[in-house]
Design a protein around this ligand. Structure first.
Ligand SMILES: C[S@@+](CC[C@H](N)C(=O)[O-])C[C@H]1O[C@@H](n2cnc3c(N)ncnc32)[C@H](O)[C@@H]1O
Length: 217
């Protein structure tokens, strides 16, 4: 895992629509670092048995490729065709292309057409509809005994707090966890801090909201 986080080099966006994401990806050869998000690795690597995984907002595919490398059979969704093309190249280069299906179909359609997934993840997706919508939409996609993992910037993350659009996209995991029925889910909602050091030596503090929920079997 690289010490440089996937989000260090990117300026904030003015909106989170499909066309805005596509424009951003087209504006440069690579937007993200190509390394998996450390919070994903921290949450998932200790899980005993890989199975089927749905990743929503996969971007250029680093997390999907990492999951596939761990033995997961991944369906990876994103709004941007350009990001998905890069993700497919990354997967082929890593030798895991046959373990990942990339799609730009609406996530609701992907979920409707699939059985339950053992793992459903979404990291820093910033959906236009908001984080609560994301949790409500993804929860039905989790198979009994499976896990839902939604991670994003906490409202007090220093970087998010400085940028109005990231501030709007930030969420508190405990608040969005209200969307889950506690009789059906074992819920962990936490704030995690970590620091990264960029190539120029600049150290950065990250404060993430981590919602990790296990659906009762
Ligand atoms: C900040 S990037 C994060 C990418 C990747 N998860 C990472 O952490 O590097 C957010 C990604 O989510 C995608 N996205 C936003 N809303 C989405 C939605 N409703 N369905 C699928 N993808 C979405 C965007 O196209 C973009 O690639």
């Amino acid at each position: 895992m690289s010490q440089s986080h996937a989000h260090t080099a990117v300026e904030p966006m003015h909106d989170f629509s499909r066309s805005s994401w596509e424009e951003r990806y087209q504006s440069r050869p690579a937007v993200w670092s190509g390394q998996p998000n450390q919070p994903l690795v921290d949450e998932i690597e200790h899980l005993a048995e890989p199975g089927t995984a749905l990743e929503v907002g996969c971007g250029e595919g680093a997390d999907a490729v990492w999951l596939a490398g761990q033995g997961w059979l991944v369906t990876a969704v994103d709004l941007s065709a350009t990001a998905l093309e890069r993700a497919a190249v990354l997967a082929a280069d890593a030798g895991v292309a046959q373990h990942i299906t990339f799609t730009d179909a609406p996530v609701e359609d992907v979920i409707e057409g699939a059985g339950g997934f053992n793992l459903v993840t979404s990291l820093y997706t910033h959906p236009e509809q908001g984080s609560r919508w994301l949790v409500e939409t993804l929860a039905p996609a989790v198979a009994p005994g499976g896990m839902l993992l939604v991670i994003g910037h906490h409202p007090t993350d220093p970087h998010a707090a400085d940028h109005p659009d990231l501030r709007d996209a930030a969420f508190d995991a405990a608040t969005v966890a209200d969307a889950l029925d506690r009789d059906a889910w074992e819920v962990s909602a936490t704030i995690r801090e970590r620091t990264t050091r960029a190539a120029d030596g600049h150290e950065r503090l990250w404060r993430d909201s981590v919602l990790a929920a296990r659906r009762h079997g």
